[in-house]
Ligand binder design. Structure first.
Ligand SMILES: [Zn+2]
Length: 86
């Protein structure tokens, strides 16, 4: 757990659950190799925020290890497709 996660988890445990859920949906994607990591996994929090076309300069933790402008985007919740007889 990062410092921020601990802090918010202690101060406002209820809100923290929402923060975690939302932060996990925010992804950084490396333009070079396509590796993705969530803001949450980086120890960050993104909550009640909206952004489009935002980019963050950081080193890729995936395959390429290069410092690139990573694309920031929010994953959409996807319901699993029901298959079978309809
Ligand atoms: Zn990469």
């Amino acid at each position: 757990m990062s410092f921020w996660h601990k802090l918010f988890g202690t101060l406002m445990p209820d809100t923290f659950k929402d923060m975690e859920a939302e932060s996990r949906l925010w992804m950084l994607q490396c333009p070079a190799c396509g590796h993705e990591v969530s803001i949450w996994d980086l120890g960050g929090i993104r909550y009640k925020a909206y952004s489009k076309g935002k980019r963050m300069l950081r080193r890729c933790r995936g395959g390429c290890g290069k410092i690139k402008w990573h694309r920031v985007y929010k994953k959409e919740m996807k319901e699993p497709q029901a298959s079978g007889t309809v």
